[in-house]
Design a protein around this ligand. Sequence first.
Ligand code: ADP
Ligand code: MG
Length: 394
Amino acid sequence: MELRTIETQNYTGKRVFMRVDFNVPVDKGVIIDDARIKASLPTIEYLLQKNASIILASHLGRPKGTPNPEMSLKVVAERLSNLLGGKEVRFIPDCIGDAVKDAASKLNAGDIMLLENLRFHKEEEEGNEEFAKQLAELADCYVNDAFGTCHRKHASIYGITKFFDSVAAGYLIEKEVAALTKLLENPERPFLVILGGAKVADKIGMIKNLLDKIDTFITGGVMAYTFIKAKNWEIGESKVEQDAVPLAKEIIREINKRHLEFHTPLDHIITDRISPDSHYFATERGAVPPNWMGVDIGPQAIEEYTDCIKRAKTIFWNGPMGIYEIKPFAKGTIELAKAIGETSAFSVIGGGDSIAAVNAAGVADKISHICTGGGASLEFLENGSLPGIDLLKK
Ligand code: ADP
Ligand code: MG
């Protein structure tokens, strides 16, 4: 995919509206993880070096169209300023209106300002054209580096582009698209996909479109229980996404037709209570006995999955193998992360919890590419592009 990159545009003395994904986890006013802010730095630094002034815009959380101080981007302005070595990042407490316009018009070359949360206006998620136009009026050029939001036709991602002559993809989007395209076009084989986690309905669709490209598919977490249920095996009280069972059945049929290697866990860690001090043990088989719930893959599954990882040349992983936030149920996820860290395969990981697990396992720097957008990366793999990215093509 050929993107219109920032290097093809002229930014000298121009005001640039840069859509970023600063949707970072914030707890009681403190940023827990600033990876998404760091990921925007190469593009910001490039634009500054070209003597542009920058108007940054993002969403944070789900304020549903009303201002909410807990989801203010003010803390992000402070962190970004620190990351830029103390450079001033002016925070503007709204994203449209006369005061914002006035502040934007006063920017000098090399100045940066960050607008308040776009989603404080319901028009952002509605993709409202008038709202998009008001945002566009703030600047001369548009740069999109908000990979994690490109699957949404929101005003600042989608509608806004038609008001600019200069529209380009930032370095982060370039990097994300390159890594994901590598998975879709001639991946080195065997190509292994690992799906786990809890958001089964959001994730299961993507595997259908990948069946012609992959060799091995392994499952954990609630994803696995949805497939085990689809095989009509007992899952006890394990969490399952009932609505996704028919699609899981269909996927199993498609997998069998293609003779792909497909695994649900050979065994499970089961418990009767989700708590760090509850009783837990490994099952002998791939089913879960009545009244118990599966909370991690078991030791035999770890061995089998590790073997799949060792054989793979291309790996995509999304979703933990168990309730990794609770130590006794984290082993499957951590062991898999370590195994991926040890291979020389091209590895791509997406999903907030999956990335947290890779960090906890201490192998983040061994992963070929860590996606800043879990949902966006899945939709990209499902459809080969994203609405917001289509607008950035050459
Ligand atoms: P990601 O953030 O990587 O996209 P998800 O949000 O889909 O992943 O899933 C992560 C969540 O899934 C975690 O909170 C984890 O506790 C939960 N989970 C994993 N396995 C199970 C399980 N067997 N039962 C209940 N919850 C699970
Ligand atoms: Mg998650």
